[in-house]
Each structure stands twice: as C-alpha cells, then as structure tokens.
Design a protein around this ligand. Structure first.
Ligand code: GDP
Length: 316
C-alpha cells in the first residue's frame, strides 16, 4: 500500500473508522477518502456504486455498521439486521465491481457460538447456536464474512475479515441506554462522582467475562494486515484481541478507581448478562507478529480524558 494509494474508510465518524483514519494519516497516507452520511448513504446501492465508479478506491476499510450494546441489540433487531446486511453488501460488491485491490471487513467476536469453548478459535465459527441478545447483528456479520470468502473463491478478490473483541476508546457512544458496557460505566461512574451519589447500578450479575481492546490498537492491527497480508495467507477470518479478559464486576471496580468514585456498586440482575464469556484466541495474530500494546487501565484513562475533554467542549 503506497503512500499515494486511494484508501476509502467507510464509517470514519465511528469508534473504529475514526481510529483507522487517525492511524493511516499518522503513517503518512495522503489520500484517505471519507464521506459523511449526508454525502454518501451506504444503504443506497446506486449511490455506493456511483461513488466507487468515480473515486475508484484501491483499498477499503469497511468499518461502517449499525452497532450498539446489549440493550440496543435487543430493542432494534430489525434495524441491526437490515442496515448491516445492506451496508456490507453494497460496499463489498462495489469494491469487487470497481476493482478495489483489497478490502478489510470489520466483524465482531459475537459471531461465535454463545457457548463456544474458550479461548475462541477462528475455526469455531458456525459450530453452535448464537447468543440471542445479539443474533441479528451476528447473523449480518456472518453474512459479510461469507461474502468476503465467496468473492475470494469465485473472483479471487483479496477481501479479509477481522473479528475484534469488545472495543472502546475515543468517539465511542456514551449513551446510557444504547452504548456498550465500558463507555456506559465510565459515564455512570463519572456522573455519580459529580453528583456525589451513593451508588452506581451495573446491569446483570457482574459475573460475565469480557475482553476489551483499545481502538487505536485495533486500527494498528487493521493497517498492519492491509499492508502485509492477503486472504490466501490468513484465511477467511482472524481474531484481534488482547488475550486477557475480566469479569464485569472487576471492570466496574477498575473504572470506579480510575474515575475516583467513592460510593458503592450495585448489580441489577433483572438486566441480561448476555454471553457468559467471549475470550478470543489471538494466537494467529501473534504468529503474524502483532500484539496489542495498550493496557486496559491505560486505555480507560485515555478514554476518560477524551470523554472529559468532550464534556468541557460542549459546555457553554
Ligand atoms: P455484549 O458484550 O454484546 O454483551 O455487550 P455489552 O457491552 O452491552 O454488555 C456486556 C456486559 O456488561 C453484559 O453482561 C451487560 O449486562 C453488562 N453491563 C453492565 N452494566 C452495563 C451497562 O450500563 N451498559 C451495558 N451496555 N452493559 C452493561
């Protein structure tokens, strides 16, 4: 991928796309193409085809998706299935039709079976039932993985698919209802500290375990794969994570300490736990020579700093 390559980052305003754009620009790539939703609606097949016909991107990072936490997935299953299937179908097909050299599709660790053996190897895809709370999202992502695989088989397209673990960092969604657990807890603990509240409510039992990857580490891995590997080298999917997970109760304690909240933590077991554990086997990425470099405490601190800076920027 030379410095003048035409690179399209789909979803550049989101958590992942914004980090990939930052990583590419920091590495000196000069032609990073981005389009806001009002300029290019990725749900519109004709508009996507027109964009690819005009701009002819050589490399495509497909980070655009409808995403959300456990509550959002359970509440908007139709939107998650419809929007994700359409976005990825439009972009993957246009990348093929207009001759993109390479495409990297962002999946998720929730595509694996709910009760998968741990740590989860890439080979466990489609070996068991999915977690019901995010089945529509997972099914859409599985269709995207299979599309990359099929286009490789039928047309020789160099389309890769990566499965990141739970991600967090700047530009994440901090909405208390629809966000994922880490930004949700950062905000809850921060607001409880400011209000001098007695307690913070954490959903579920606190026992499920999750693995968290700082989004700049994921972006680094994606650019590394795009520069170095072909579909034929890495196979249909590759996991990206840290190799370490922790219980939601431990995460809550860690965030509580970083934010400096002094009250107590209460678990609301009437809220769903979701998958008991989704710990990724990251040995394939390690064999390729890549490892995550940001510790969880460091990543949470950076995300908290970003959140505080945003808060003061929006205040009059
Ligand atoms: P998941 O990894 O797909 O299950 O997505 P989430 O990040 O939404 O949830 C991870 C775990 O954190 C689940 O067990 C949730 O019940 C738990 N959790 C605890 N408090 C919260 C919260 O305030 N928001 C969210 N989204 N999850 C929470």
């Amino acid at each position: 991928m030379d410095r003048e390559a035409r690179i399209f980052v789909a979803g550049h305003r989101g958590l992942v796309g914004s980090a990939i754009k930052r990583a590419l620009e920091a590495q000196g790539y000069r032609q990073v193409l981005v389009k806001s939703r009002s300029e290019l609606d990725l749900l519109d097949q004709r508009a996507v085809a027109r964009f690819f016909a005009q701009e002819r991107p050589e490399y495509v990072f497909l980070a655009a998706a409808k995403v959300g936490g456990i509550y959002a997935n359970a509440t908007y299953p139709a939107d998650f299935l419809y929007q994700n299937v359409l976005i990825q179908t439009n972009v993957i097909h246009a990348a093929h039709r207009y001759g993109a050299k390479k495409l990297l599709f962002l999946g998720s660790s929730c595509i694996y079976p709910k009760l998968s053996p741990q740590p989860i190897r890439e080979a466990y895809l489609l070996t068991g039932e999915l977690e019901p709370t995010n089945e529509p999202y997972a099914l859409a992502k599985i269709a995207g993985i299979k599309m990359c695989e099929a286009y490789h088989r039928q047309y020789g397209s160099d389309f890769l698919a990566v499965m990141p673990t739970n991600l967090y960092g700047p530009y994440d969604n901090f909405d208390p209802q629809t966000s994922h657990v880490l930004p949700a807890l950062l905000r809850k603990f921060h607001e409880a500290k400011v209000a001098d509240a007695a307690e913070v409510v954490v959903w579920g039992t606190g026992t499920p375990k999750r693995e968290f990857l700082y989004v700049d580490d994921l972006a680094d891995a994606c650019v590394f794969l795009m520069k170095t590997y072909r579909h034929a080298d890495i196979g249909p999917i590759v996991n990206i994570g840290t190799g370490t997970d922790l219980a939601i109760s431990e995460l809550a304690e860690l965030i509580k300490g970083i934010v400096g909240f002094r009250g107590s933590i209460v678990f609301d077991a009437s809220k769903p736990d979701g998958t008991p554990r989704k710990w990724l086997d990251v040995s394939r990425m390690e064999q390729l020579g890549w490892r995550a470099s940001t510790t969880l405490a460091e990543g949470i601190r950076k995300t908290y700093d970003w959140y505080l800076a945003q808060q003061s920027a929006v205040r009059p």
